[in-house]
Design a binder for this molecule. Sequence first.
Ligand code: SAH
Length: 386
Amino acid sequence: MMPTVVVHPRAVERARRGHPWIYRSDVVEVGARAGDLVRVLGPNGRAVGEALYSDRSQIALRLLVRGERHADRDWLRERLQAAIALRRGLGIEATAYRLVHAEGDLLPSLVVDRYGDVLVVQALSQGMDRRLGEVVELLAEELAPAGILARNDARVRALEGLERKVEVLRGEVPPRLVVRDRDVEYEVDLRQGQKTGLFLDQRENRWAAARYAHGRLLDCFSYDGGFALQLARRCDEALAVDISPEAAARIERNAARNAIGNLLVHVANAFDFLREAERRGERFDTIVLDPPAFAKTRAALGKALGGYKEINLRALKLLAPGGVLVTCSCSYHVSEAQLLEVVRAAAVDAHAALSLVEKRVQSPDHPVLLGVPETDYLKCLILRKL
Ligand code: SAH
């Protein structure tokens, strides 16, 4: 007999509208243990579907299938095949991209990224953690990768009461490997790099930004140079600023590897750097702002908006007329409308007239699932100073 969980009518309605999460407050009766695959029942005993149960997270249930269907091995294989087929169809001009984007691919709490012939997986719930072995077997059958690494060190695993660890699950995974993204090669440290190694969700925003890049470039919050390396060849000179010395060292190695000779790297707090650059009267023609999520929770929204305003205001003051600002937010709690409003207010303070050239989201290998606002997190605005 399969374990069951009975939920409140509110949860049934939410599931009907397409959201896969059921919160603990909507759980009525639990006949399951941590990480079980469970049958979810409405108060009338009608099947809502099958879900992964967590005894820790506020997200008590993650629905895998609806109605009478079973979330068995065949289902898992089908979902993985559909996710892989979607990426093949995109014809991505890069050897690193996301193969499985969790909820966005109807595989809640599972992330799979491809870096050349190596796969990196993340299981972000108790239930997905338990099925990770099965996922790895199926991925090996479908893709025959040289190695599969689990980057199971994400902080959310602690909320699930899961161990945080990085381990090779199959084959071999080199300490560093090189991937290609259009005409740029990036060195990646899969075990220690942020996320699974690179910020894959910005790939096509970098390509878009490259169309407008010119003159003197400033890439703030550059990490290992995602934007700077794509844009530097189109610019006279480029400066990348990040607070992390390890990231800065990787940008320098990446610049050398790509024979990009006009890229300088500066280790600094971007807030301080922007303030001092303004004091020195510096000018840039292209500025990229891609900060970490300032609003990690809704409670932090007010302060976060202040942070976005400050960096955008300073950037607009540093931007030459005709210059381009690429400004991003990966805070789910900050909407596109709020980011636009922040930039508008900053433009007023900077006495700048701005035109909006592009409103962008995450790359299409990170699909947004309609009805699941949490999958829609990345905003990237491209603006021109008139
Ligand atoms: N633009 C990058 C991704 C940036 S991620 C890309 O395209 O790949 C955010 C980066 O901001 C991280 O590398 C982090 O080290 C850096 N960071 C965080 N706080 C910072 C600060 N106050 N000043 C400068 N860099 C900061």
